[in-house]
Every structure is written in C-alpha cells, then in structure tokens.
Design a protein around this ligand. Structure first.
Ligand code: ATP
Ligand code: MG
Length: 503
C-alpha cells in the first residue's frame, strides 16, 4: 500500500474515481451476507466503506466481519460519490490492514446515561455529537481571536493567581500561596483595564474559575472567557462592539460548520438571523415584562405547547415499543432501542419543563425591581426573542463594584448582559467601569473588599483616568447556544463541575 495514497475523509471530494487509503477507526458496521458496510471515522469525517466478499481475500472478509467498534485500521478502495451516503462519498474496498483490533468498546451506538458518559469522557470524545461540538468550539475560538486581532486589539495574558476579586466573594477558589491565601482568577478584567490604558484596545482570553455552589446547566467551575477592554468608550459603543463580535462568530460557524450543524440538528436559519442590531431592553423594562400580562400569556401558551409535545412523544414511544415486538434484524432492533432512549430522554425533559412552568411563572410574577435576574427570568426573556437581547442599566446593588453608576439615573449602573435567544440565557456580562477615584474607593469599601489589594486598580483613576469599559463572553455558553446543546458540560472537552471531576 503506497503511503502517498493516504487521504483524509474530508478530501474524498477531490478524489472521486481514484484509489485511496484511509486511516481511522471503525465507527459502526453491519453485514448482510456477502457484503459489509463499515463506517470509518478518521477525525475529519465519516465514510461508508463497502466490502464485497468477491473483491477481497476470504480471510480479510471474515476478519473485518468480526472487527469490533473502535478498532483501528487502514482501508484502501476506490472513491465513489453517493449523495445518500454519510458524508456524500463511499469507498469500494479492495484491501484493508487492521492496526489494532478492539473488542467490547464500552460506548455502543445505543444511548448511555450522562454519568456513564462523563466517566468515559476520554472515549466519549470520539462520538459524533462530541466531535461536532468540538469542531464548532474550535471555529468559535478561532473567530474570537481573529475578530480582535483584525480590529486592532492587543492580546494581554492576565494572571491566574490573584489577590483581587472581580465578582462575588463566595465563588473564590482559594490557593495557599507560600502561606498566604490568594485565589484563582474569576476574571481578567481588572488587569486588562490597566493594559487598556497602555494599548487602548486590549483583550485577554483564558481560563477563569468560580466555585459555583449550584448545579445548573449553565455553570462550570472552570470555564474560558474572552474579555475585551477599550479606553474611551461608552455604553452604546460597547453594545455595538458586542453585537458585531457575536455576529462575526455566528457567521464563521455558519461558513465553516454546515455539516456539523446539520448532524446536531441545528437549523441554520436561526444562526442566519444573528446580525446587528440586537434587541435592546433596559432592566426596568424587563422587570415590567416579567410581572406583566405578556409573560403570563407567553408561559400559558408554552405550557399548552409542552403538553402537546408530551402527547406526541408518548404516541411515538408507544408505536416504537409495538414495532420492537415484531420480527426484526439485530441492527433494526438496535436502531429502535437507540431511538427509544432518545425519545424517553426528551420526554423526561418535557416533563421537567411542564413541572417548572408554574414555578417560573410565579418567580416572574413576583419579580422585584432591585434583584438580579434569575436563571428562569433570563430564560423567559430569551425565549421571547429570536435574536440576542441586550439588557442594560441594572440596579447597582445587583452588580459588581467596578461598574460605573449612571449619572443621569439614580440607582442604576451603565452595564449590560447579553441574553442569547431561544432560552439559552446570558452569554456576555459587561459594563462601563467606574472612572472616578472617590466613587470607586467608596464602592470598594461598601463591598467589604480590602482596599490595600485594590491600590493599583485605584491608581488607574488617579493617573489619566478615562471613560472605559469592556465585557466578558463565556466560551462554553456560546458553544452551547450555537450548537443548541442543552448542558454546558458538553461544551468543553473535560468539564469541571461542582460535584465531581470525572477525568
Ligand atoms: P451568571 O449570572 O449566569 O452566573 P455572571 O453574571 O456571574 O453569570 P459574569 O461575571 O458577567 O457572569 O461573566 C461573564 C460571562 O462568563 C457570562 O456571561 C457567562 O458567559 C460566563 N460565565 C460566568 N460564570 C460562568 C460559569 N460558572 N460557567 C460558565 N460560564 C460562565
Ligand atoms: Mg455567576
């Protein structure tokens, strides 16, 4: 087998009619008498390889037939275009070499529970879903860097071990630093602020840590955040930057990951809508919406739709259960079993949503001006919109000490959260920063922070203070939204969660 023939599945389109050799793993296979259908994956895609008994050596044919899922192999054959086939191309096999045969691969094409899959994360990363999400995450991270690099921003690497807190003190991870208590960074913001006074436009991009004590589908204890910071900018300027940035990322995913979006079942039309301008609401307006008739009607209608969905799922499940009892080939049984696991899991989610609907309705109806928006409040606002929504001007008590107070409106700060649509909730938090020395000093004291740790930060307000601001976008939340993945733990290769670190 000449090595020069080695081809990746992604390159098959340029090799129709030629003989090529693929190197990869056996993703799935089925046999039907004198013919076998092997689905191979090689990191760039999937390809169905057809092995006919008459065209290969007898011994090879029977070894391939016994080959277990995830065995590694090289396989040679002629490329054929076939629209119906996974990936659009097939290989008519003439030869194969088994690199390492495998038996009893623990993850089968049938579904498994979440806990099992997280324990087997090192293997689960090979699954189609995780592979698609990983490819899209890569595009998102690449787009993030390109957007800032091409728009005159300078990358600043901020420290991971710090003495300053950027967010709530309850979520700090302590580090024993040669006998002194320090902590892992919650945000690079305070440091990028000082860099913005040197370079004008900067960003940091790295891991951040928060000891989140609640288990939600939106929180990890270690996540990646990109934080641009700009000197001489106001709130409107920040909103414009954020909407251009997020639209750029979405466009890049659309351009580079069409087939992954399709595999994940994401409708590209939802991504095509992500273009400026995004919706803009003030916090006060949101509080009115939550406590008003619009939310009551919206949630009542949603409950109706969920009940209908439940009924349809139950009918489908009953049908498949009936089919299961008939005369079927093994692969057909497996297919139905996998579908049933999928449907039952969706039914479980629908049941939870039916159960939560009145609770969320109650929380929304009782929402009081002054509180931060809760997860369910964000979800409601986010579900009401088909494009991202900026919520601006929060009450100052609900937000961090460094946010600039609105000089025109008592009690609110010049900040924004960006809520992704379709229920995904907050993906960005940002603000104009307090640039007045005395006001900032007072806020540091009010928040019970040790002013000594913030002397350097206060210096920025002493030496050439300027209006400035920035925001932080969470990578995993963005991945979850753009891949329509319900749980953030699927959006990073090795998630860190409150209750457990698996791998
Ligand atoms: P939330 O209210 O949802 O906890 P936050 O207000 O604490 O978010 P910020 O401090 O504004 O969030 O952080 C900026 C961004 O970082 C958020 O918009 C989100 O995308 C991301 N983020 C924050 N906390 C987490 C977390 N625990 N896990 C994953 N991403 C997070
Ligand atoms: Mg938080």
């Amino acid at each position: 087998m000449p090595n020069s023939n080695k081809t990746y599945i992604a390159e098959l389109k340029n090799n129709v009619g030629r003989q090529v050799t693929l190197s990869g793993w056996l993703y799935n296979s089925r046999a039907s008498g004198k013919i076998q259908f092997l689905i191979i994956r090689d990191g760039t895609g999937l390809c169905q390889c057809i092995v006919e008994k008459a065209k290969v050596a007898d011994e090879l044919f029977s070894r391939l037939k016994r080959l277990g899922q995830e065995s590694s192999l090289t396989i040679t054959g002629t490329v054929r275009a076939d629209e119906r086939s996974v990936g659009g191309y097939e290989l008519t096999v003439t030869d194969a070499k088994i690199v390492s045969p495998t038996t009893d691969y623990p993850i089968t094409p049938k579904s498994h529970g979440t806990d099992f899959l997280l324990k087997h994360r090192h293997l689960h990363l090979r699954s189609q879903r995780q592979w698609c999400i990983g490819k899209i995450r890569h595009t998102i991270i690449d787009a993030i860097r390109r957007f800032f690099n091409d728009n005159g921003f300078i990358l600043i690497d901020t420290p991971i071990i710090t003495a300053t807190a950027g967010e709530d003190l309850q979520s700090l991870f302590e580090v024993d630093y040669f006998g002194s208590p320090l902590h892992l960074t919650q945000t690079g913001q305070l440091h990028v602020e000082s860099a913005a006074m040197s370079f004008g436009k900067v960003y940091c991009f790295g891991p951040t840590f928060r000891a989140e004590k609640s288990k939600t589908r939106r929180h990890l204890t270690e996540f990646w955040m990109v934080e641009p910071e700009v000197a001489f900018i106001d709130l409107d300027g920040l909103l414009e930057l954020a909407e251009n940035f997020v639209s750029f990322i979405a466009a890049d995913v659309l351009q580079n990951n069409k087939s992954q979006l399709e595999t994940l079942g994401v409708d590209s039309a939802t991504l095509e809508k992500i273009k400026p301008p995004f919706y803009r609401l003030t916090y006060t307006k949101v509080a009115d919406i939550l406590t008003g008739q619009k939310t009551r009607d919206f949630l009542a209608q949603q409950l109706e739709e969920l009940k209908n969905q439940k009924q349809q799922l139950e009918t489908k499940i009953a049908e498949l259960e009936k089919q299961q009892t008939g005369q079927l080939k093994q692969w057909q049984k497996d297919k139905i079993a996998a579908e049933l696991i999928e449907l039952r899991s969706t039914l479980g989610e629908v049941d939870t949503r039916i159960e939560n609907n009145p609770k969320h309705a109650k929380l929304a109806a009782e929402f009081q001006w002054g509180k931060d928006l809760g997860g369910s409040d964000e979800t409601i606002i986010s579900q009401m919109h088909d494009k991202p929504v900026f919520v601006t001007h929060y009450p100052k008590e609900a937000k961090a000490f460094y946010m600039k107070t609105d000089r025109d409106e008592e009690g609110v700060v010049l900040n924004f959260d960006l809520l992704a649509p379709a229920g995904f909730g907050e993906i960005i938090g940002g603000s104009v920063r307090e640039d007045d020395y005395d006001l900032l000093l007072a806020r540091i004291a009010e928040y019970g922070l040790d002013v000594e740790n913030y002397r350097w930060y206060l210096d920025l307000r002493k030496y050439g203070s300027v209006p400035h601001g920035g925001f932080g976008l969470g990578v995993e939340r963005t991945v979850a939204w753009l891949t329509a993945e319900k749980h953030i733990r699927q959006c990073i290769a090795f998630p860190r969660l409150m209750d457990k670190i698996y791998i």
